[in-house]
Design a protein around this ligand. Sequence first.
Ligand SMILES: CC(C)[C@H](C(=O)O)[C@@H](O)C(=O)O
Ligand code: SF4
Length: 467
Amino acid sequence: MSVKTLYDKLWDQHVIRSEQDGTALIYIDRHLVHEVTSPQAFEGLRLAGRIPYRLNSILATPDHNVPTSHREQGIADPISRLQVETLDQNCAQFGITEFGLNDLRQGIVHVVGPEQGATLPGMTVVCGDSHTSTHGAFGALAFGIGTSEVEHVMATQCLIQRKSKNMLVKVEGHVNPGITAKDIVLAIIGEIGTAGGTGYAIEFAGEAIQALSMEGRMTVCNMTIEAGARAGMIAVDDTTINYLKDRPFAPKGENWDKAVAAWRDLHSDADAHFDKVVVLEANQIKPQVTWGTSPEMVVPVDANIPDPTAESDAVKRNGMLKALKYMGLNANQPVQEIRLDRVFIGSCTNSRIEDLREAAAAIKGGKVSATVKQAMVVPGSGLVKQQAEQEGLDKIFVEAGFEWRDPGCSMCLAMNADRLEAGEHCASTSNRNFEGRQGQGGRTHLVSPAMAAAAAIAGHFVDITAH
Ligand SMILES: CC(C)[C@H](C(=O)O)[C@@H](O)C(=O)O
Ligand code: SF4
């Protein structure tokens, strides 16, 4: 038997046909759908008189355009309302399972899929959304697709792809207390850059990755796309299997046992070849804060903002100057001096139960600083929200002065009512800090949930690992 990487195995198990020119037709097991990238796909099906090939492979939920408060009043913005209603109508017409706005199971599609056990090891998982890489945490081949591909998958259950190269990112040893999956992935992106993974499928491995919970692994794989790779993945182990047991969509009884036996092979073989290998030492990773307008513009919280004059590459130097201008920051300024106007804890990167526990723990009885206009916590799904309330986390947040919202993408991107005003600085647990991402002129700093919560209390960034 030939020696394979995890990616090779997943690929080989799904290829239907390969062509001489490198293109291949692959089979898709799971198709997740949200309201933004599906309307034209459904319209295309209708116009061609087609129906979805395998209905039970599809799971839909609205997330980007949903309001995160006063849901009983419906959706005020007409464009958002139309998007969400269109998804409802399409799902009803084609017979697709949808967790609608008022369903307890509704939430961000990348939180909902795994939570339901709809994302399983060994699957190919697609969604018209770049953060589909999240699902690779389960030893699945998961990647985002465009709207025309959404239609193609619905009609045929297949997709035309080219195989990527193999890249291994190994995080060796153990992280220090207070360092989370978010810090690990930001440090990786700081190291390899936002184009570092272009053309590769990345496998994350090493002791520090194995030590992560499924929530943490999802945070890491979620940001693979920010490192330039469409798919990121982590080998299956007991953590994966224990997480999935008894989830609604997971196999049961004898089928579960058979599935687990097959899943145990979902790891790279000992001598598997990777085209590129990057190694990080976990104990060198500090709490990370982005200072610029790209996730690679990241530094440890105890550092100063980099000085463009020290950068020899002219393209990079100009990028840094432009970012500093947009962010209203100066070279060499200590990161901990950055004052925050808003704090957002949520998004498909960091809105799972463990993230909320970490954020609540970092509050330590404090109150949101008077200089912070708004601090909000947006759970990733209705079920995460319910779990958090059962644990009393909502009370910790509300007593400290945070707003406790309903699930959705919320302030991760300005596609709903939650957004930044021009010039505002936001400590955000999301994954993108591009210009205008959280609202026109808004300034995003990507951090972990614990770092965001601590910054809300202090009014500026603080090193949560300092004694
Ligand atoms: C709206 C959607 C297509 C988009 C994506 O693909 O990622 C969004 O989720 C984002 O995070 O920018
Ligand atoms: S939470 Fe943010 S990153 Fe995730 S799917 Fe929604 S908009 Fe995209």
